[in-house]
Write a protein that binds this ligand. Structure first.
Ligand SMILES: Cc1ncc(COP(=O)(O)O)c(C=O)c1O
Length: 424
């Protein structure tokens, strides 16, 4: 057979047929967005009773008229919701307005500008600056806070049961400038990791290796966001820290953003009473008090922990089929054909997908050109830099199942096409 007549190399033929499928998808002019982990409208509808629940009664259990100024620490009955989410007594919880991220930013900003142990300890005054340990892939907005304040980030790997503790302990021992560790202990964003008991025990001991103003930023954003009937119970970090004598190194965060209204929920910060006092002293310069009307609405909506638990089951009933659809499509359309891997989360908001090294940016670009917007590749890494260029965060909750189906079908074609193109 002459060279001219030789059949196409099978890989090339596969690539050409994938290109044709891809061009066909492009011509559909899709406009789908699976970028951010937002609840869908059906989820938000679960909490519409918040609207009007006060029925003109603005008085808290302690007789406070919630429409007025004051109450920087938050309402007692709203703190009870925080104590269910963070397993801490109400005296160790303050309640804020609609975003726990604001609390995180304010805490770090205070440490940065004023210090946690008096002005002499301000992080921005320390020679050589301070560093944070950042389990990756992780939550992009944690990393943006550090970047915004000029705090250097040190990436640490995730293991499937939380961050790599050998690496963390070694880094802390070697570098006294480390002042923070980001943790999303249950259904980590985006890997879905559930921290094991051993990981949590080792995290509770970290205060013994670190500077006294080192803080573990325990962002328990998904503590009740289970997708299974037998959800994991993670170890009690506060209790373990008390046993280790490291409780002042722990600051916990949560919110009702993905329980009630993402943009109009309430947030919680928990730490020792001493830490809370220092924090609220600073907070008093920024605000006369949080939105207590919304705190009261939430407290009237969830009067018992059981109501919260059954409310979260309703969320799961809406979003679990979406996760299932994505996983079914990835399994059936990709299987192990492309060398890609993905997580099977038991809760939370994300599926973490890894292409073969070097392909994530290309996949995201191909998807965008075919009308499917994904989170930018690298977003889950400090400085937006995924050293392997392989991680893509999929967020199934916001689109309808049909939109999701379409988007993931485009996604798998893009993964196959990028993989085929890179294989020769
Ligand atoms: C890990 C994590 N923490 C915090 C947040 C934001 O929380 P909030 O709405 O309370 O600011 C998110 C939102 O996606 C998240 O994934």
């Amino acid at each position: 057979m002459s060279h001219k007549e030789s059949p196409l190399n099978p890989l090339k033929a596969q690539e050409e047929s994938l290109s044709q499928v891809y061009e066909g998808l492009k011509s559909l002019n899709l406009n789908l967005d699976i970028t951010r982990g937002k609840p869908c409208s059906d989820q938000l509808d679960l909490s519409v009773e918040l609207d009007g629940i006060l029925a003109g009664n603005y008085t808290s259990r302690q007789g406070i008229d919630c429409r007025n100024y004051g109450g920087l620490d938050g309402l007692q009955e709203a703190r009870e919701i925080g104590s269910w989410l963070l397993d801490a007594p109400t005296e160790e919880i303050i309640v804020g307005s609609n975003s726990s991220l604001t609390f995180m930013y304010q805490y770090i900003s205070q440490a940065h500008h004023h210090g946690l142990e008096g002005d002499h300890s301000a992080w921005n005054q320390l020679e050589g600056g301070v560093r944070f340990l950042c389990p990756t892939p992780g939550y992009d907005r944690h990393f943006s806070i550090c970047e915004h304040l000029g705090i250097e980030m040190i990436p640490v790997g995730m293991t499937g049961t939380g961050p790599d503790m050998d690496q963390i302990e070694a880094l802390l021992q070697a570098d006294p400038s480390i002042r923070g560790l980001w943790c999303v202990p249950k259904y980590s964003n985006p890997t879905g990791d559930i921290y094991s008991d051993e990981t949590i025990q080792r995290i509770a001991n970290l205060g013994k290796l670190a500077a006294s103003d080192f803080r573990i930023f325990w962002d328990n954003a998904y503590s009740v966001h289970d997708l299974t009937d037998q959800p994991a119970n993670i170890a009690d970090i506060r209790h373990l820290s008390l046993q280790a004598g490291t409780e002042s190194n722990l600051v916990q965060f949560a919110s009702t953003s993905k329980i009630t209204f993402a943009g109009a929920g309430i947030s919680f910060l928990s730490s020792t009473k001493e830490n809370l006092k220092i924090f609220t002293d600073h907070l008093s310069y920024r605000s006369i008090g949080p939105d207590k009307v919304n705190q009261l609405r939430h407290a009237r909506f969830f009067t018992q922990q059981q109501q919260l638990t059954s409310h979260m089951k309703k969320h799961a009933a809406i979003i679990k089929p979406k996760f299932t659809r994505v996983l079914e499509l990835l399994d059936s359309e990709l299987g192990d054909q492309t060398g890609s891997t993905w997580t099977r989360p038991e809760g939370g908001y994300f599926i973490s997908f890894n292409t073969r090294p070097g392909l994530a940016k290309e996949v995201v670009k191909l998807c965008a050109e075919a009308g499917v917007k994904l989170t930018p590749a690298g977003a889950s890494f400090p400085y937006g830099k995924d050293p392997k260029n392989s991680n893509i965060r999929l967020a199934p909750t916001l689109p309808t199942i049909d939109e999701l189906d379409q988007a993931i079908r485009v996604f798998v074609v893009c993964v196959k096409l990028a993989t085929a193109r890179s294989s020769h």
